[in-house]
Design a protein around this ligand. Structure first.
Ligand SMILES: [Zn+2]
Length: 448
């Protein structure tokens, strides 16, 4: 047995001082509020004193782009899963817009083989919807090969295009799978880009990004998705919510459909449109980072539970690509290693209860996807854990990403990852990986 003693145990329900016991790969017990386990005195008990430290369940990040296959000049599954582990994220679910895109069982199985033995964290995959593959991908959800179905509504990211309304209706009629949507209205985005070209020619400033990929584009698309989800009772995840209006719309819709879920990323909780002049293309992501008022609304929504989950939307590109002019600069930024330190810093700044962070960072995500035995600090669960020093600064200067940079490089983030446990084994200590080889396992899902 390993005992983590005198630690502040933070779960979705409570914050308590106590001891957590690990028996091989599982959490064996929790002794809080003055209780002391009798096994502590056993000769084979290993004791790790953690006074002043915070203990969370390891992060479960259901929104990552690890770029493999096809885009491995930017990132690969080994490099990015290693960075995830160093950031306290112990499970990831990867998005299907790789090259080729993950839109068939064959491609999904290729991806599962690709990650096997190479992932430093536990892993799973979403499968992508196209205009004509629903009959093939649904069984992949039902048999637990895929976590959820990703839909790019009316957009053409990575060759995945669902632009037929009758296809969208068919997808939204699926009520026994998690449907994840990227909501930006493509017509409005195209109009925004045309207007910017008229005004600026080829030299569009990055500060124009939130008027090109506008709040109206997000709102219109989210409105459409919510309308369909209400008609059909869809288990809809609105990914990377960025505006105050969308939070209000989703919260109102949740009263009629309790299976709706709102995700945002650390990027939108931390940055706002004032940062474009400073960071330029490095802040370009889709949807765009919006106003300070939106950021405040997102922080408030995380505090009151209107935002359910945090996905990093970790989307690496080479730094050289991000230094290009607007029209040739790709969207997306690497962030998974900084996601938890950002959340903790934001929580301190905006008075967000740490119980909410525990829910959004792991518990709720594990619950909605039915991730077996992970995502909670509770007896019987797998011991995927992260120990945080709440007073130490996170080192943002040496991110472990293959691309080597992060937009958080010059930010001050308080809350450093001290240790990470994966299946009961300490695998990270003080920014160093202790294990010799990747030990991530494929996630298993308990289907309804
Ligand atoms: Zn994404």
């Amino acid at each position: 047995m390993i005992y983590l003693t005198d630690v502040t145990i933070i779960t979705g329900d409570a914050i308590r001082e106590g001891t957590v016991g690990l028996d091989h790969d599982r959490i064996a017990g929790i002794w809080a509020d003055g209780d002391v386990p009798t096994g502590l005195a056993a000769p084979d008990a290993a004791i790790i004193p953690l006074k002043g430290m915070w203990l969370f369940a390891g992060g479960i990040d259901a929104h990552v782009h690890f770029r493999e296959p096809g885009l491995t000049d930017k990132a690969d599954f080994a490099s990015e899963s290693r960075a995830a582990l160093l950031g306290g994220v112990t499970s990831v679910i990867d998005m299907p817009n790789t090259n080729p895109p993950t839109t068939s069982r064959e491609r999904l199985e290729e991806k599962l083989r690709m990650a096997s033995g190479r992932s430093w964290v536990h892993y799973g995959f979403h499968i992508g919807a196209t205009n004509d593959n629903l009959d093939e991908i649904l069984p992949c959800i039902q048999d637990g090969s895929a976590a959820g179905i990703k839909v790019f509504m009316g957009s053409s990211t990575g060759n995945m295009l669902v632009d037929r309304d009758e296809t969208l209706e068919r997808i939204f009629r699926v009520t026994d799978a998690e449907i994840l949507v990227h909501c930006e209205d493509e017509t409005l985005v195209r109009q925004g880009l045309e207007q910017a070209r008229e005004r600026y020619g080829e030299n569009i400033p990055f500060s124009a990004h939130p008027s090109i990929r506008s709040r109206e584009a997000c709102i219109r698309s989210t409105e459409k998705a919510l309308g369909m989800a209400l008609r059909h009772g869809t288990r809809l995840h609105v990914l990377h919510v960025t505006t105050a209006e969308e939070i209000r719309m989703i919260s109102a819709a949740k009263e009629k459909n309790p299976f709706l879920l709102a995700e945002t990323s650390a990027n939108y909780l931390w940055f706002c449109d004032k940062d474009y002049d400073r960071l330029g293309g490095k802040l370009k992501c889709n949807p765009a980072v919006k106003t300070e008022a939106d950021r405040s609304a997102l922080r408030k929504a995380l505090a009151d539970g209107s935002i359910d989950t945090i996905g990093s939307d970790h989307a690496p590109h080479r730094e050289e690509e991000k230094d290009r002019p607007y029209l040739s600069c790709p969207s997306g930024m690497p962030s998974i290693q900084q996601s938890l330190p950002v959340l903790l810093t934001v929580a301190a700044e905006a008075d967000i209860p740490l119980t909410r962070i525990a829910r959004a960072f792991s518990e709720k995500t594990a619950k909605v996807f039915g991730i077996r035995d992970r995502g909670r600090i509770a007896p019987g669960y797998k011991a995927d854990l992260v120990v945080i020093d709440p007073t130490a600064k996170a080192d943002t200067s040496h991110p472990a990403y293959k691309c080597g940079w992060t937009p958080y490089r010059d930010e001050t983030l308080t809350g450093a990852v001290r240790m990470v446990f994966l299946d009961g084994k300490m695998v990270v200590r003080d920014g160093r990986i202790l294990s010799e080889r990747p030990e991530g396992q494929p996630l298993q899902y308990d289907r309804r």
